[in-house]
Design a protein. Structure first.
Length: 194
Protein backbone atom coordinates (compact mmCIF):
# COMPACT_ATOMS: atom_id res chain seq x y z
CA UNK A 1 0.00 0.00 0.00
CA UNK A 2 2.81 2.45 0.88
CA UNK A 3 4.48 2.10 -2.54
CA UNK A 4 1.16 2.74 -4.29
CA UNK A 5 0.44 5.91 -2.33
CA UNK A 6 3.95 7.20 -2.98
CA UNK A 7 3.14 7.78 -6.67
CA UNK A 8 -0.66 7.74 -6.86
CA UNK A 9 -2.66 9.52 -4.17
CA UNK A 10 -6.43 9.95 -3.93
CA UNK A 11 -8.57 11.85 -1.46
CA UNK A 12 -12.28 12.34 -0.89
CA UNK A 13 -13.58 15.87 -0.38
CA UNK A 14 -16.30 16.17 2.26
CA UNK A 15 -18.51 19.14 3.13
CA UNK A 16 -20.99 20.19 5.80
CA UNK A 17 -22.99 23.38 6.16
CA UNK A 18 -21.95 25.24 9.30
CA UNK A 19 -25.62 25.91 10.12
CA UNK A 20 -27.48 24.47 11.86
CA UNK A 21 -24.79 24.15 14.50
CA UNK A 22 -23.97 20.61 15.56
CA UNK A 23 -24.89 19.70 19.11
CA UNK A 24 -22.11 19.79 21.68
CA UNK A 25 -21.85 16.22 23.01
CA UNK A 26 -21.78 15.35 26.69
CA UNK A 27 -18.17 14.75 27.61
CA UNK A 28 -16.95 12.47 30.40
CA UNK A 29 -14.77 15.19 31.96
CA UNK A 30 -14.58 19.01 32.02
CA UNK A 31 -12.79 20.69 29.12
CA UNK A 32 -12.11 24.12 27.67
CA UNK A 33 -12.34 24.56 23.90
CA UNK A 34 -11.22 27.48 21.77
CA UNK A 35 -8.65 28.93 19.40
CA UNK A 36 -5.06 28.97 20.56
CA UNK A 37 -3.17 32.23 21.01
CA UNK A 38 0.36 32.53 19.71
CA UNK A 39 3.07 32.77 20.86
CA UNK A 40 1.53 32.12 24.34
CA UNK A 41 0.24 28.60 23.50
CA UNK A 42 3.13 27.47 21.28
CA UNK A 43 4.83 25.51 24.07
CA UNK A 44 1.58 23.70 24.97
CA UNK A 45 1.03 22.79 21.31
CA UNK A 46 4.63 21.57 20.97
CA UNK A 47 4.16 19.40 24.07
CA UNK A 48 0.92 18.01 22.63
CA UNK A 49 2.50 17.07 19.27
CA UNK A 50 6.27 16.78 19.86
CA UNK A 51 6.83 15.27 16.39
CA UNK A 52 5.53 18.45 14.73
CA UNK A 53 8.22 21.02 14.12
CA UNK A 54 7.88 24.56 15.42
CA UNK A 55 8.71 25.72 11.88
CA UNK A 56 5.65 23.94 10.42
CA UNK A 57 3.43 25.39 13.15
CA UNK A 58 4.78 28.90 12.54
CA UNK A 59 4.17 28.53 8.77
CA UNK A 60 0.54 27.69 9.49
CA UNK A 61 0.19 30.71 11.74
CA UNK A 62 1.80 32.96 9.08
CA UNK A 63 -0.89 31.77 6.64
CA UNK A 64 -3.60 32.84 9.14
CA UNK A 65 -4.56 29.26 9.99
CA UNK A 66 -6.20 28.88 13.38
CA UNK A 67 -5.73 25.97 15.75
CA UNK A 68 -8.69 25.04 17.97
CA UNK A 69 -7.76 22.97 21.00
CA UNK A 70 -9.50 20.98 23.67
CA UNK A 71 -7.81 21.46 27.05
CA UNK A 72 -8.17 19.07 30.01
CA UNK A 73 -6.37 19.57 33.32
CA UNK A 74 -4.09 22.24 31.86
CA UNK A 75 -2.91 20.37 28.77
CA UNK A 76 -4.07 20.04 25.18
CA UNK A 77 -5.65 16.64 24.55
CA UNK A 78 -7.16 17.28 21.10
CA UNK A 79 -6.64 19.90 18.39
CA UNK A 80 -7.60 20.65 14.82
CA UNK A 81 -6.51 23.33 12.38
CA UNK A 82 -8.71 25.60 10.24
CA UNK A 83 -7.74 27.39 7.02
CA UNK A 84 -9.64 29.99 5.02
CA UNK A 85 -9.14 31.27 1.44
CA UNK A 86 -6.35 28.85 0.49
CA UNK A 87 -4.57 25.88 2.04
CA UNK A 88 -1.58 23.70 1.20
CA UNK A 89 -2.45 19.99 0.77
CA UNK A 90 0.88 18.28 1.22
CA UNK A 91 -0.50 14.83 0.33
CA UNK A 92 -1.38 16.10 -3.18
CA UNK A 93 1.48 18.62 -3.46
CA UNK A 94 -1.03 21.37 -4.34
CA UNK A 95 -2.88 24.34 -2.88
CA UNK A 96 -6.65 24.15 -2.55
CA UNK A 97 -8.44 27.43 -3.38
CA UNK A 98 -11.42 27.81 -1.04
CA UNK A 99 -14.58 29.81 -1.58
CA UNK A 100 -14.83 33.08 0.33
CA UNK A 101 -17.32 31.55 2.79
CA UNK A 102 -15.57 28.16 3.14
CA UNK A 103 -13.39 26.88 5.94
CA UNK A 104 -11.10 23.87 5.63
CA UNK A 105 -10.48 21.55 8.60
CA UNK A 106 -7.18 19.67 8.69
CA UNK A 107 -4.72 17.88 10.94
CA UNK A 108 -7.22 16.83 13.60
CA UNK A 109 -5.47 14.82 16.30
CA UNK A 110 -6.39 13.35 19.69
CA UNK A 111 -3.98 11.98 22.31
CA UNK A 112 -4.13 8.20 22.63
CA UNK A 113 -5.77 8.05 26.06
CA UNK A 114 -8.52 10.49 25.03
CA UNK A 115 -9.77 8.88 21.83
CA UNK A 116 -13.41 7.81 21.38
CA UNK A 117 -14.53 10.46 23.89
CA UNK A 118 -16.23 12.77 21.31
CA UNK A 119 -13.61 15.51 21.66
CA UNK A 120 -13.50 16.10 17.88
CA UNK A 121 -17.29 16.46 17.88
CA UNK A 122 -17.11 19.05 20.66
CA UNK A 123 -14.33 20.95 18.88
CA UNK A 124 -16.33 20.83 15.64
CA UNK A 125 -19.33 22.46 17.34
CA UNK A 126 -17.15 25.29 18.69
CA UNK A 127 -15.45 25.80 15.29
CA UNK A 128 -18.84 25.88 13.53
CA UNK A 129 -20.16 28.48 15.95
CA UNK A 130 -16.99 30.61 15.73
CA UNK A 131 -16.92 30.73 11.92
CA UNK A 132 -20.68 30.93 11.27
CA UNK A 133 -20.75 34.08 13.43
CA UNK A 134 -18.12 35.51 11.07
CA UNK A 135 -20.15 34.83 7.91
CA UNK A 136 -18.67 31.51 6.83
CA UNK A 137 -21.18 28.93 5.60
CA UNK A 138 -19.42 25.67 4.68
CA UNK A 139 -16.82 23.38 6.25
CA UNK A 140 -14.62 21.19 4.04
CA UNK A 141 -12.17 18.40 4.71
CA UNK A 142 -10.13 15.75 2.91
CA UNK A 143 -9.73 12.06 3.74
CA UNK A 144 -7.39 9.68 1.89
CA UNK A 145 -9.33 7.05 -0.07
CA UNK A 146 -7.25 4.33 1.63
CA UNK A 147 -8.28 5.63 5.07
CA UNK A 148 -11.76 4.07 5.13
CA UNK A 149 -12.08 4.34 8.95
CA UNK A 150 -11.06 8.00 8.63
CA UNK A 151 -14.40 8.79 6.96
CA UNK A 152 -16.41 7.62 9.97
CA UNK A 153 -15.78 10.75 12.05
CA UNK A 154 -16.65 13.37 9.41
CA UNK A 155 -19.72 11.40 8.35
CA UNK A 156 -20.84 11.14 11.99
CA UNK A 157 -20.60 14.95 12.12
CA UNK A 158 -22.89 15.30 9.08
CA UNK A 159 -20.29 15.68 6.35
CA UNK A 160 -21.11 14.27 2.92
CA UNK A 161 -18.82 13.25 0.08
CA UNK A 162 -18.84 15.81 -2.73
CA UNK A 163 -15.66 15.23 -4.74
CA UNK A 164 -12.39 13.45 -5.33
CA UNK A 165 -8.90 14.67 -6.04
CA UNK A 166 -5.99 12.59 -7.28
CA UNK A 167 -2.30 13.11 -7.86
CA UNK A 168 0.11 10.98 -9.87
CA UNK A 169 3.88 11.40 -9.69
CA UNK A 170 6.47 12.49 -7.15
CA UNK A 171 7.34 15.96 -5.84
CA UNK A 172 7.21 18.65 -8.54
CA UNK A 173 6.85 15.97 -11.24
CA UNK A 174 3.23 15.20 -10.63
CA UNK A 175 -0.14 15.78 -12.21
CA UNK A 176 -3.35 16.35 -10.29
CA UNK A 177 -7.02 16.28 -11.25
CA UNK A 178 -10.43 16.57 -9.63
CA UNK A 179 -13.87 15.06 -10.02
CA UNK A 180 -17.12 16.35 -8.44
CA UNK A 181 -19.39 13.61 -7.11
CA UNK A 182 -22.62 15.65 -7.25
CA UNK A 183 -24.31 16.70 -10.50
CA UNK A 184 -24.73 20.31 -9.39
CA UNK A 185 -21.59 20.46 -7.28
CA UNK A 186 -18.62 22.71 -7.72
CA UNK A 187 -15.54 21.80 -5.79
CA UNK A 188 -12.52 23.95 -4.91
CA UNK A 189 -9.73 24.07 -7.45
CA UNK A 190 -6.35 22.47 -6.87
CA UNK A 191 -3.42 24.60 -8.04
CA UNK A 192 0.33 24.14 -8.10
CA UNK A 193 1.81 26.92 -6.02
CA UNK A 194 5.15 26.02 -4.52
Amino acid sequence: MKVGTTFYRRVILVERDLLPLPAVPDLPFPVEIGPLSFPEDLAALASFRPAQSSVSILKRIEKDNLCFAVWHEGKIVHAGWVAVRRTWVEYLNRDLLLGERDIFIFDSFTLQGYRRRHLANARSAVVSDYFSERGFRRSLGLVAVENKPGLALPESLGYRRIGRYASLGVGRWNRAWSHPLLLDGEIPQLVRCR
